[in-house]
Design a protein around this ligand. Structure first.
Ligand code: SF4
Ligand code: SF4
Length: 274
């Protein structure tokens, strides 16, 4: 079943016309990574302490939850390359991926729920749950009651980083998603020694390349100023570029491109991805 599921996610990403720039220049996303988290994994309960008591367990979103299916959609090389050239705001390709590519990610969530239900199961996409909420003031700053990246961590897909990104074997430039199912699937291993190991700064004190990429000084060796970042990503950047690019959301992603963790887990030094 797990292979059938993985193949269906890959097939949808490969074949659905929603995964493609309107001008026919290519897809938003390359082949996805897929991981499975056990709904009963104690980490989900730990998030109620680490993130806040408002954080939802899989079982609070789907009473019959047994597993959480997670995926990472790597952003294609030409889009990453276009954003590497930027210094004050995202490229057009990046903004289209943030806006229309994320709409495709939503279609993947809906497709997977329908696919699982079509096999007689129960499924739910937390992102579309009426319970999904965002909280402005929490001990960890702005936070939602379900995080796709925190779920992907439970599913062994990567680790967090200095800039609050999520570094996978395909790097940090991606979108991710999850669907809860009543299917009992074998959970994926978490192969990393700790929750920050894929980030060079946290691993050995080197790097910090993302700090210099931020146009609004939201990054430092102390970490990520979420509010300053958010003011740019949801304020200044779309105000300046959304109309020009013809999108509602532009994203930013400057700290996810032209950095060693852009498209791989960095092994050493400040090498740029090819
Ligand atoms: S650029 Fe370097 S310091 Fe920043 S998140 Fe990536 S690996 Fe970590
Ligand atoms: S997403 Fe943009 S604004 Fe936010 S930290 Fe990264 S570079 Fe800075």
């Amino acid at each position: 079943m797990i292979e059938e599921l993985r193949n269906e996610i890959r097939r949808f990403v490969r074949e659905d016309p929603g995964n493609g720039f309107a001008d026919g220049s290519g897809p938003y996303f390359a082949e996805p990574l897929v991981g499975i988290a056990a709904a009963a994994d104690p980490l989900f309960r730990d998030y109620k302490t680490i993130i806040g008591p408002f954080y939802l367990l899989p079982q609070e979103l789907l009473a019959s939850a047994a597993s959480v299916i997670c995926w990472v959609l790597p952003i294609v090389q030409p889009t990453r390359a276009s954003n590497r050239l930027q210094s004050q705001g995202p490229s057009r390709e990046w903004a289209l991926t943030r806006s229309h590519g994320e709409a495709f990610n939503g279609a993947l969530r809906r497709h997977l729920v329908a696919w699982l239900e079509g096999r007689g199961g129960e499924a739910a996409a937390p992102q579309f749950s009426p319970l999904w909420r965002e909280f402005a003031e929490t001990p960890v700053g702005i936070a939602s009651n379900w995080s796709e990246r925190h779920t992907a961590y439970v599913a062994g897909l990567g680790t967090f980083s200095l800039n609050d990104g999520f570094i996978t074997e395909k790097g940090m430039a991606h979108r991710c998603g999850s669907v809860i199912t009543d299917l009992s699937l074998p959970p994926s291993p978490r192969p990393y020694p700790n929750h920050l190991d894929n980030c060079l700064y946290h691993r050995n004190g080197s790097c910090g390349a993302c700090i210099g990429r931020c146009p609004v000084q939201a990054l430092s060796y102390s970490g990520h100023d979420k509010e300053r970042c958010r003011a740019f990503v949801y304020g200044a950047a779309p105000q300046a570029l959304a109309e020009t690019y013809g999108v509602a959301q532009t994203g930013c992603g400057l700290c996810q491109t032209r950095v060693p963790c852009e498209a791989a887990i960095p092994l050493s030094g400040r090498t740029l991805p090819v």
